[in-house]
Design a protein around this ligand. Structure first.
Ligand SMILES: CC(C)(COP(=O)(O)OP(=O)(O)OC[C@H]1O[C@@H](n2cnc3c(N)ncnc32)[C@H](O)[C@@H]1OP(=O)(O)O)[C@@H](O)C(=O)NCCC(=O)NCCS
Length: 186
């Protein structure tokens, strides 16, 4: 990955590296939402819209989430993501259905360390959002930044209302939403 956008690394230079290039970019992929951010402990993270080729990276994220984070994200205990659900989570239309991922290189491999998405119901026009940050990356400012960006994207895509169904014990996400809400009111 480079400052100017992700590139494919030379073979043999970094074995097993999953990188992003125009070769695995789907039609209508909104490259304008790609960018680097620096989190609280100064690590650099690349944010971008999700792609269909992210199935394995998303599965890797799921397998690294704690049971508690899985429960708070899916509102149920879950051991696996079915192939059908993986399809739904990775193949989006970038308008009524959108997801951004945060990626980081660890031990010379790319990993998805967080994902934030909305899905807009065509009948009601209301979008529901959900987010999961890998446990060892929580508290770094990623969640707040991703939700902020997702709300901006939703607005640009004409979505007027966005909701989240959260467990009543989930004080962190409630604070995050309240903070962003207050900020948007000025
Ligand atoms: C909720 C979640 C997305 C927050 O993401 P995150 O990257 O850890 O959050 P941030 O680092 O951006 O922190 C946001 C705010 O919450 C605070 N916070 C973060 N973790 C906290 C914790 N464990 N306890 C108390 N406050 C915490 C931060 O200090 C920050 O406040 P600030 O802006 O005043 O500094 C993340 O914890 C997560 O993925 N949880 C499991 C899944 C989930 O709950 N999803 C939400 C339902 S869909």
């Amino acid at each position: 990955m480079t400052q100017n956008g992700p590139t494919r690394r030379k073979q043999g230079h970094a074995k097993n590296m999953v990188t992003y290039s125009s070769e695995n970019t789907p039609p209508r992929y909104p490259r304008e939402y790609e960018s680097w951010i620096t989190v609280k402990d100064s690590r650099r993270v690349f944010m971008r819209p999700i792609k269909p080729t992210d199935r394995n990276l998303l599965l890797d994220l799921f397998h690294r989430l704690s049971d508690q984070s899985i429960f708070l994200r899916f509102l149920e205990h879950r051991q696996e993501l079915s192939p059908e659900l993986l399809d739904r989570l990775t193949v989006v239309n970038y308008v009524s259905d959108f997801a951004i991922v945060a990626t980081a290189v660890e031990k010379s491999k790319d990993h998805i360390i967080a994902v934030c998405r909305y899905h807009c119901d065509r009948d009601t026009g209301v979008a529901e959002f959900a987010i999961a940050v890998r446990d060892d990356w929580q508290g770094m400012g990623l969640g707040k930044e991703m939700v902020r960006r997702l709300i901006d994207i939703a607005k640009k895509n004409g979505i007027r209302r966005i909701e989240a169904v959260v467990n009543s014990s989930n004080k962190v996400v409630m604070k995050l939403i309240n903070d962003l809400w207050r900020k948007s009111k000025g």
